[in-house]
Design a protein around this ligand. Structure first.
Ligand code: PLP
Length: 452
């Protein structure tokens, strides 16, 4: 995946170097790559797990009590304690650990009693799990354009509002806070619940308040690519006791187990009125997550440090547009996402990969990225990506311009520095200014430009 092998030999003569550092030979043109070791990502094992976490998982394994609902009191189970710790961390009344982030999203929608068949608005830029969770909850996704910073665009939602929309599902995509306060106010005006897909922003804050606590419920994942990692898993947080009760029953708290989540009061719902979907978490993963949660602040500091280093050092690069946070620091920092507004982002990402950096152009034609809405084909009767793109033209254009680089919390300042140098090198070679007089546009002869 990583390296030069996927990039064929250049199909056009290389620009002649004038010797300035700007004209350093690109690896995609046969020059020396900035980096020769793999870019650290979770799928290559770059995760934040330590010996205490392993011990915690072993404690649960040795107990032989793997199911969360057994003879023990709720306060003695790993899942029960994890949920209590999540309530303290987020400052919410309730938390429910479940089997995945997608499950948490679907349970939040069903818990909010959004009627089956209703439209649920969500942004056109998110991971495919968001619209999939809407489908899992028996509803239909209604896609909304994103703005230049790739956030759900409230103006577009307002303009295209339809009475069939019964909930808004906002996403803090790639860790950047959406304008969730404005969206919450709009949802209240329309009389529908706002639910947060806060999966990519676990622990990030906006104005001193944790993302995931602005809507009626916030959903999170603990899959390995997220800020808490137990392989697979998720949870939801909420202050809404009825929503919580419904989600608990739906997740699989059968025959009185619902009661365990309401030690001091009657459960707000009768579990027999709801189907049992078996989306529970188990004790081994909850034990691992409890240990990781104690070190989450440390990990968040690393994400922020990496992102600040990279975005700060590249702020003056004219060829790229870095996302502006909705408020200072309102991001997690687990990815460096930028646009190449006037260039070829597909070429830019390929050139970065040749330099040894994992980079993807989200809207690339030759890379089936499931963060691009035209690849959510299950949603459409149409099979023509061009016609699907035309349904959200601005989002389609912006994603065609977007490059995505994962920023693992395991990156060192030297790793970040290599990313910075690689982006500068590729950016310098991508503009006419790089050769003085001759334009040295990167698009190989015969290739289709990304933008008309
Ligand atoms: C990862 C992700 C999910 C899904 O989480 P799973 O635990 O894999 O189901 C949902 N939404 C977003 C934005 C994600 O990045």
């Amino acid at each position: 995946m990583n390296g030069n092998d996927e990039d064929p030999a250049p199909t056009r003569p290389r620009p002649v170097s004038n010797g300035a550092e700007l004209h350093e030979q690109l690896a995609i043109h046969g020059g020396a790559p900035i980096r020769r070791t793999p870019w650290p990502t979770y799928d290559k094992g770059a995760v934040h797990v330590c010996a205490e976490d392993e011990e915690a998982a072993m404690r649960a394994i040795r107990s032989h009590l793997y199911f969360r609902y057994d003879h023990r009191d709720e306060s003695e189970t790993e899942c029960g304690q994890f949920e209590a710790e999540l309530c303290r961390y987020f400052g919410t009344r309730h938390a429910l650990a479940v089997s995945s982030g997608t499950a948490a999203l679907a349970l939040a929608i069903m818990g909010a009693a959004v009627p089956p068949g209703a439209l649920v608005a969500c942004p056109g830029f998110t991971f495919v799990a968001t619209p999939s969770a809407i489908v899992l909850a028996g509803c239909r996704p209604f896609l909304v354009e994103v703005d230049d910073d790739l956030r759900m665009d409230l103006d577009d939602l307002r303009r295209r509002w339809r009475p069939e929309i019964k909930a808004i599902l906002v996403v803090h995509m790639r860790g950047f806070a959406a304008d969730v306060a404005a969206l919450a106010a709009f949802a209240a005006e329309m009389g529908v619940p706002l639910i947060e897909d806060a999966v990519p922003a676990l622990g990030a804050e906006l104005g001193g308040r944790k993302l995931g606590t602005f809507g009626v419920a916030g959903a999170f994942s603990t899959q390995s690519d997220k800020a808490l990692n137990c392989g697979e898993g998720g949870f939801l947080v909420t202050d809404d006791t009825t929503l919580f009760g419904r989600a608990v029953a739906l997740s699989g708290a059968y025959e009185g187990r619902l009661r365990r989540h309401f030690p001091d009061t009657e459960p707000p719902v009768d579990g027999l009125n709801l189907p049992l979907l078996s989306l529970r978490m188990d004790e081994i993963r909850a034990a691992l997550l409890r240990a990781e949660l104690t070190r989450l602040p440390e990990r968040l500091t690393l994400f922020h440090r990496n992102y600040a280093q990279v975005s700060g050092a590249l702020a003056d690069v004219a060829e790229i547009a870095i996302r502006t946070p909705v408020a200072p620091g309102a991001y997690l920092g687990e990815a460096f996402v930028f646009r190449v507004p006037d260039g070829d982002a597909g070429w830019f990402a390929r050139a970065l990969r040749a330099e040894g950096i994992d980079a993807r152009n989200i809207g690339a034609d030759d890379d089936l990225n499931v963060r691009a809405f035209w690849n959510w084909r299950f949603m459409y009767d149409d099979t023509d990506p061009a016609r699907i793109r035309a349904t959200l033209p601005r989002t389609a254009r912006l994603l065609a311009e977007t490059v995505d680089v994962p920023l693992s919390s395991s990156l060192t300042p030297d790793d970040c520095d290599e990313l910075i140098r690689a982006v500068r090198k590729v950016a310098a070679a991508s503009t006419p200014a790089a050769s003085g007089t001759e334009p040295t546009g990167p698009t190989p002869v015969g290739a289709e430009p990304v933008r008309a």
